[in-house]
Design a protein around this ligand. Structure first.
Ligand code: SF4
Length: 291
């Protein structure tokens, strides 16, 4: 849940999720529909599918035991280097670090070097004994992430009260004014098309390959629009939306039609039974006004 999503957003979803689904075994037996319903509003739905697939593999093929090596754990759906390392550290106390943005920033400041210029694997290998001396690495890996999020923050780090400021090259460089590690903002423009019919139905697809709208979404074209391409479409509105570090600029178009392309299906705009992403529901409310 925490991939691409802030902790404060995740907390209520996580609490609701574990209240309903209390164990890995239970997750492996829960219907996709129920899991998606619990995930509804959190976005990036591929994560929930990977979670379900992973639960099934671990329960059915691995006697409910999480693999113990990075090579094996990375074979599970949705688990890469970062998640694999963090899981092995948290679950098995292995001497590993998850290199997320927070941890990389801490290293970059301690060594006073740009994040892209550091060889993190080499640093970890070289400082293994200093980093993993406590045999409580599950706590340490968590603490490193929290330290980056709460103390060595992207902006205005709390250097004066930082417990490691004596060894921090950035702090001791004397440039300790306001730090601005630039967060890359990804600006994207999309055009979304609503096929509508007289029965108050809208054409939805499951085939968009965009990470933020994968399930039951509307046909999307990612481009700067060439106006003549949309000449049979009516402009409805423009949305500006932010999802993690993405700034989305979305133009919404509509047309009434009896036919829709093959990869779309008609859905009532009042459909509450199926799992529909929050953003798609917002569009339902917009097109309601056209009837
Ligand atoms: S002294 Fe400041 S920049 Fe250095 S690690 Fe601590 S909070 Fe980060």
């Amino acid at each position: 849940m925490l991939q691409q999503t802030q902790v404060k957003t995740v907390i209520p979803y996580f609490n609701k999720f574990i209240k309903e689904i209390k164990s890995l075994k239970r997750l492996s037996l829960t219907s996709e529909r129920k899991v998606l319903k619990l995930w509804e509003g959190l976005g990036y739905y591929r994560r929930s599918r990977n979670l379900m697939a992973t639960a099934k593999i671990i329960v059915n093929q691995n006697k409910s035991i999480l693999p113990k090596t990075l090579v094996d754990i990375k074979k599970l759906p949705g688990i890469g280097d970062y998640t694999g390392n963090v899981l092995l550290a948290l679950v098995y106390n292995q001497p590993r670090l998850g290199l997320d943005g927070n941890v990389k920033r801490v290293f970059s400041r301690i060594f006073n070097k740009h994040e892209n210029k550091l060889d993190y694997e080499k640093i970890i290998e070289k400082n293994k004994k200093k980093l993993f001396f406590s045999k409580r690495n599950s706590v340490f890996v968590e603490a490193m992430m929290e330290f980056g999020a709460l103390i060595c923050k992207p902006k205005d780090p709390l250097c004066n009260t930082c417990p490691i400021n004596r060894t921090c090259k950035f702090f001791n460089s004397g440039k300790n004014t306001k730090l601005t590690n630039k967060i890359k903002i990804n600006k994207k423009s999309y055009n979304i098309f609503c096929y509508l019919n007289k029965n108050k139905q809208i054409g939805l697809t499951k085939k968009n390959d965009l990470g933020f709208l994968r399930e039951y979404s509307l046909p999307i074209i990612k481009e700067k629009s060439k106006k003549n391409k949309f000449k049979n479409w009516n402009f409805l509105c423009n949305y500006k939306n932010s999802i993690s570090n993405k700034k989305l600029d979305i133009n919404l178009y509509y047309k009434f039609s009896n036919k829709i392309p093959k990869d779309l299906n008609w859905h009532s705009i009042y459909n509450n039974k199926e799992f529909i992403p929050t953003f798609t529901k917002k569009i339902f409310r917009q097109v309601e006004n056209l009837y």
